[in-house]
Write a protein that binds this ligand. Structure first.
Ligand SMILES: NC(=O)c1ccc[n+]([C@@H]2O[C@H](COP(=O)([O-])OP(=O)(O)OC[C@H]3O[C@@H](n4cnc5c(N)ncnc54)[C@H](OP(=O)(O)O)[C@@H]3O)[C@@H](O)[C@H]2O)c1
Length: 332
């Protein structure tokens, strides 16, 4: 039985990836900073949760002993510039060195659409720049620098924004519209090509299977859904699907960049994860749309599912008793 180590397997995409891996017959280990974070996957048959510090290279190499493949889903969306370097650059470098030391045969690394590892410094945000440098470090340290031939293969997957039950994207837009009478929105015209979380998870499994079954190589894919939307359209879609104001939603007021920056500053001062940060605004200066020069889901044998088909299955109108959403619904 093939053994796989999943870094970040406790997250939104990780849960779906782990479930598919178990179904496909892999023996799966998931690292986490705190075992309770991995509640959503720990019940899966044959899955082991390892509470460990993956930033400690020796601990990481120990976790990789006996593993055929490694999947890296660890990332942050908000943080200081050093935090982005720590998670998106230093960690991939450690993963690469540990994989070589431990004899891992294939790594699947989840990056992001808009990343260009050939020109990392051209990226408009800390998120995209650090992701680009991380991709490059991973490939170089696995032995693929300057046309070299590494012993461990690498698949890089670059998804657009990912939707699905429990996403922190359309669900958040739906919840905000249930509470506030208008939606002031920075980057309203930024374009995205949302991809379903199950399609991303299938792409991970397919990449791993190909990688373990073939001679080591580096492959890069763009993962995008069948249709392009502006952020404004996505906010309106979330309202329609979740029945906000009988599906009409709230008026969306596009903010100019300078106002968006003030909004992001204020949101950043509030406790918890910000809905929008300065760095997110910088990322949105690039369209989050497949450039088309790289293979996509179809090359992995996956037909991309549409937002129209999937969204309403989890963004349905919530009963009036559900938390803040319910409070607002009761007053509509
Ligand atoms: N969601 C999207 O729309 C989207 C779009 C494009 C690309 N992606 C990429 O897809 C991948 C998975 O995203 P996701 O949405 O599933 O992310 P997520 O839900 O935030 O999960 C990320 C996981 O990384 C771990 N993690 C976070 N910070 C860490 C740190 N400092 N040190 C160690 N572990 C840390 C966490 O595990 P523990 O808390 O258990 O340690 C968490 O479960 C990421 O590479 C992301 O950039 C996502």
């Amino acid at each position: 039985m093939k053994q796989v180590l999943v870094l970040g397997g406790s997250g939104f995409v990780g849960g779906h990836v782990c479930e598919k891996l178990v179904r496909a017959g892999y023996r799966v280990s998931v690292t986490t900073r705190k075992a309770v974070h991995a509640r959503c996957v720990m019940h899966l048959p044959g899955l082991t949760v390892l509470e460990c510090n993956i930033h400690d290279e020796a601990a990481l190499a120990r976790a990789m002993v006996g593993m055929h493949g490694v999947i890296n889903l660890v990332a942050i969306l908000h943080g200081s510039p050093p935090a982005f370097v720590h998670v998106h650059q230093d960690l991939p470098a450690k993963i690469a060195r540990a994989c070589v030391r431990s004899g891992v045969r294939h790594v699947v690394h989840i990056s992001a659409l808009g990343v260009d590892s050939a020109q990392p410094q051209a990226a408009p945000s800390n998120y995209l720049r650090s992701k680009a440098l991380g991709e490059k470090l991973l490939a170089d340290l696995l032995g693929w620098e300057h046309g070299g031939k590494g012993s461990c293969g690498l698949t890089v997957l670059r998804p657009s924004v990912i939707f699905g039950a429990n996403d922190k994207f359309l669900n958040v837009f739906a919840r905000l519209q249930a509470i506030f009478p208008v939606m002031p929105l920075a980057g309203a015209d930024a374009r995205f090509q949302p991809v379903w979380v199950q399609d991303v998870a299938s792409a991970v499994i397919s990449s791993l299977a190909h990688g373990l079954g073939q001679a080591p190589a580096v492959r890069v894919y763009e993962l995008a859904g069948p249709q392009v939307y502006t952020l404004r359209q996505l906010v309106q879609f979330a309202a329609r699907s979740s029945g906000i104001r009988q599906g009409l939603g709230r008026p969306v007021i596009g903010l100019p960049l300078w106002m968006g920056r003030i909004q992001a500053f204020v949101l950043g001062m509030m406790p918890g994860e910000p809905v929008m940060s300065q760095d997110n605004l910088d990322s949105m200066r690039l369209d989050n749309v497949a450039a088309g020069g790289l293979p996509g889901l179809e090359a992995l044998g996956i037909e991309a599912s549409s937002l129209e088909a999937i969204g309403p299955q989890y963004l349905f109108p919530k009963p009036a008793s559900q938390g803040l959403l319910g409070v607002r619904n009761r007053h509509r």
